[in-house]
Design a protein around this ligand. Structure first.
Ligand code: CTP
Ligand code: CA
Length: 224
């Protein structure tokens, strides 16, 4: 399968992958961001191309070489990512949301650089961003579309993951354990892929391409 077996099991399929982390502007030179590198999303895009899919990669602030053969749409903020993902999802067989989307953004973006004065700084007031994954699940472009989310959890990984899958309404949720110390629920696993059908697929610690190929295996199964 995948690169090794050159299996084109996603031939003729249109897939959308979001990758990286959004940046929520404060002023023209500053933002609230996160540490996502985009590596997992780029691995998902590359493996999908290798398996024959037509890939749209919605890339948020990633400093990696473009994966060959994918259509790349660059975005900055969560609202830009939402627009790009919703548009690309319209005629997609599968959507994989690997991007780290900011939950909140500053209410106001200063048009000019905020200057330091002798006064104390103004607080940055935040508001909620749209939940892109929940939105595309609630308003599926096609009833048979397969939608995959990602979640990093520090504790009660499986229970929190299962609850998140149900709340978002996605078909698959890739759950990673993060934080120091090893959890007792899935000590030797880098990730567990939960299915809305109750399935649970552990993916041992290893390269992001392996996790990506396992995600596409499960997506391909569900596409039938
Ligand atoms: N996600 C999204 N839009 C957001 C936030 C998250 O589409 N505004 C997607 C992410 O791309 C990921 C999934 O939702 O695939 C889970 O993200 P996560 O941050 O774990 O979920 P939240 O619902 O934001 O919950 P939490 O309070 O744990 O951050
Ligand atoms: Ca979040």
């Amino acid at each position: 399968r995948g690169l090794a077996g050159m299996r084109a099991d996603l031939a003729g399929r249109r897939v959308v992958v979001s990758a990286g982390g959004t940046r929520e502007p404060i002023d023209p030179v500053r933002f609230i961001g996160n540490r996502s590198s985009g590596r997992q999303g780029y691995a998902l895009a590359a493996t999908a191309v290798a398996r024959g899919a037509e890939v749209t990669l919605v890339s948020a602030n990633v400093a990696l070489p473009d994966p060959a053969g994918a259509r790349i749409v660059r975005v900055g903020s969560a609202e830009e990512l939402r627009e790009a993902v919703v548009a690309a999802a319209k005629d997609a067989d599968a959507v994989v949301m690997a991007a780290a989307v900011a939950d909140f953004r500053p209410v106001r973006r200063s048009a000019v650089k905020i200057k330091k004065t002798d006064a104390e700084p103004e607080p940055i007031v935040l508001t909620r961003n749209p939940d892109v994954l929940a939105e595309i699940c609630a308003h599926r472009a096609r009833p048979d579309q397969v939608i995959v989310g990602f979640a990093a959890e520090t504790d009660n990984v499986l229970a929190n993951g299962r609850a998140k899958l149900v709340k978002k309404g996605c078909d698959l949720l890739v759950v990673n354990q993060v934080g120091e110390g090893v959890g007792f629920e899935s000590p030797s696993n880098e990730a567990v892929i939960l299915g809305a059908d109750g399935s649970q697929t552990p993916v041992p610690y290893g390269p992001k391409e392996t996790l990506a190929d396992t995600v596409w295996d499960l997506v391909a199964q569900r596409l039938g």
